[in-house]
Design a protein around this ligand. Structure first.
Ligand code: ZN
Ligand code: ZN
Length: 575
């Protein structure tokens, strides 16, 4: 059959393939499957061929052999319609006298991985076991890949543990799956285990591991990975560079991120520029972010929706109201139509600056339906500026949209309370009770000596919790001497003043900072990551801690970085 292979290699167009097919038919070879399947496979999968033509030929074969099916299923799996491969696989299992083999299953599973068809993958997986081909490493890796990509991490992990031989791809699939599935600590553990077992992580592995470090703010591990990339001379392609920049930025080291950005030897992609703009925005360096945005244009890279969002966030975090409005107005001219997030950003910008009328005007002129976040933003601004009328409008819309977020009710109630409208406060509380209002649980991470510690509000599960609470009492005592008064605005429950103060006192970010103070040596900066926005009270307290304990404290919240130093925050209280 070698001559068929050598002839196929010479085919560069469909007409060449047709000539070869004619030759095979004349010589009678086409009736025998090895040559025929090879031709079909080449025609269905190579750029010189055509999947529709291969399929048409396939349909005319009376009793296609397994390799004929494989050729077509493989072609479909890598086409624009991978679901066809799954359908074809089903037909084969049901109707063909030839049965699927390990290759068939692997192609069908690849189609499942591309379409995230988890239940189909599970069916094929069980057939794989029935056919007795489950020990095939490639097949196992593909199954693992489907589970990991479709977010079924438990099955992915199970598959991984059952594998007797694991190739580097199977590790990559699980690490990437865990990192994307919000299970970063496990991803990082797996990465470490891989090194312990003497395996050599490649460019794809480090992408997953760096993403896990970004989520956890695990700078030590992140730096280790960067050293590994350097020492092992991995290919620093644009994806790897982007992941390094993102890791440094999300871990709070914007200077290092910028250094990596500047030192790139490969061409910067749109994602690279966007990552760096967003990094500067999150660190409150609005001017630098806008400058980079301009520079990007000069480098011939046209901004997309993400670039504009980054630049708008930059204006937002730095209070550059006029720049932000101008930027927003320029979007259409650049051929980028604003989506609800861009609207949200500019409304936030105007709202914070107290330009509520303009903010409401924009919301009312939006071509799409404003989402919950947008109304919440407005409600927040109304609370800050004590505008009862607009607050009522915004919360009415929120209630209409079925919001049951505790924060919305708290905000409205605070607006009423500020105006001493106690009847209305009572009404809101009643509504809360009837609506089964739930609060998104807040949590914070802190890394100490390479170990990530997680705290939830009022957490007493940490092994050192008594010590942490004692430290918080001490902090409380010391900051009160500086005239600190708890901002109980941030709690709303039918509880007394003292309990309110306690509830505030044990917010997850305070617990994490207190733990940082007792478990690191004097002068070491403390870095905390919070899943929600930092509250006003924690912000005020951490500012004082940074002064009294002479510590630099960096808090990354959902929206941005706060760098507390000597009693001030880098956000200048604007967040
Ligand atoms: Zn707080
Ligand atoms: Zn701040």
């Amino acid at each position: 059959m070698a001559f068929v292979d050598s002839l196929l290699r010479k085919c560069t167009s469909l007409s060449h393939i047709k000539q070869l097919q004619a030759h095979l038919i004349i010589t009678g070879l086409f009736r025998f499957y090895p040559s025929r399947s090879k031709l079909l496979d080449f025609c269905a999968t190579s750029s010189a061929g055509s999947l529709p033509y291969a399929t048409a030929v396939f349909l005319r074969i009376q009793s296609p052999a397994t390799n004929d099916w494989n050729a077509i299923i493989r072609g479909m799996a890598q086409s624009d319609q991978p679901t066809d491969a799954i359908a074809c696989y089903r037909t084969m299992s049901r109707e063909s006298s030839y049965k699927p083999d390990a290759l068939t299953c692997s192609f069908a599973l690849k189609a499942c991985a591309r379409t995230l068809a988890r239940s189909e993958a599970m069916q094929i997986h069980s057939q794989v076991i029935r056919f007795g081909v489950e020990a095939d490493v490639l097949l196992q890796t593909t199954v693992l890949d489907v589970y990991a990509k479709s977010g079924d991490l438990d099955n992915a992990q199970k598959m991984f543990d059952e594998m007797s031989i694991r190739d580097i791809a199977s590790w990559n699939a699980l690490i990437a799956g865990l990192a994307q599935g919000s299970r970063p600590s496990e991803a990082l553990e797996l990465f470490k285990r891989m090194r312990v077992e003497g395996l050599r992580p490649n460019e794809i592995t480090v992408l997953g591991a760096l993403s896990a470090c970004s989520q956890l703010g695990a700078i030590r591990e992140g730096e280790k990975i960067c050293n590994y990339i350097r020492n092992e001379k991995l290919d620093t392609n644009v994806q790897v560079c982007n992941a390094v920049i993102d890791m440094y930025a999300k871990c709070g080291f914007v200077d290092k991120a910028y250094h990596a950005f500047e030192g790139m030897s490969c061409r910067k992609s749109l994602v690279t520029w966007n990552t760096m703009i967003m990094a500067l925005a999150m660190h409150g360096d609005g001017v630098a972010a806008l400058e980079l945005f301009e520079q990007m244009g000069r480098a011939g890279v046209s901004p997309d929706g993400v670039s504009f969002l980054g630049a708008l966030c930059a204006c937002n975090h730095a209070g550059l109201v006029e720049d932000g409005v101008k930027l927003f107005d320029s979007m259409a001219g650049c051929g980028v139509s604003p989506n609800v997030k861009h609207y949200g950003s500019v409304v936030d910008l105007l709202g914070r600056a107290g330009r509520l009328e303009e903010a409401f005007g924009i919301v009312n002129s939006m071509p799409m339906v404003p989402d919950v976040v947008l109304w919440q933003t407005l409600l927040g601004a109304c609370k800050t500026y004590g505008n009862v009328e607009m607050a009522e409008q915004a919360s009415r819309r929120l209630v209409e949209m079925g919001s049951s977020s505790c924060g919305d009710f708290v905000l409205l109630s605070n607006v009423y309370a500020a105006h001493k409208r106690w009847d209305d406060v009572g009404r809101v509380r009643e509504a809360m009770k009837n609506r089964d209002v739930r609060k998104v649980p807040g949590f914070s991470y802190i890394e100490v000596d390479g170990v990530i510690h997680k705290f939830v509000n009022g957490d007493q599960s940490h092994s050192n919790w008594r010590e942490i609470y004692r430290k918080l009492d001490e902090i409380r005592f010391r900051i009160e001497a500086y005239g600190y008064v708890p901002e109980t605005d941030y709690v709303l429950h039918d509880i007394g003043q003292e309990d309110k103060e306690n509830a505030l006192c044990h917010h997850s970010e305070k617990l994490a900072v207190a733990f940082g103070l007792i478990s690191t040596s004097e002068g070491t900066p403390i870095q905390v990551i919070k899943n929600l926005r930092i509250c006003g009270d924690c912000h005020a307290v951490i500012k004082l801690i940074s002064k009294i304990y002479s510590r630099e404290i960096i808090v990354r919240d959902r929206a941005r970085f706060h760098r507390f130093k000597e009693g001030n925050c880098s956000c200048r209280d604007y967040w």
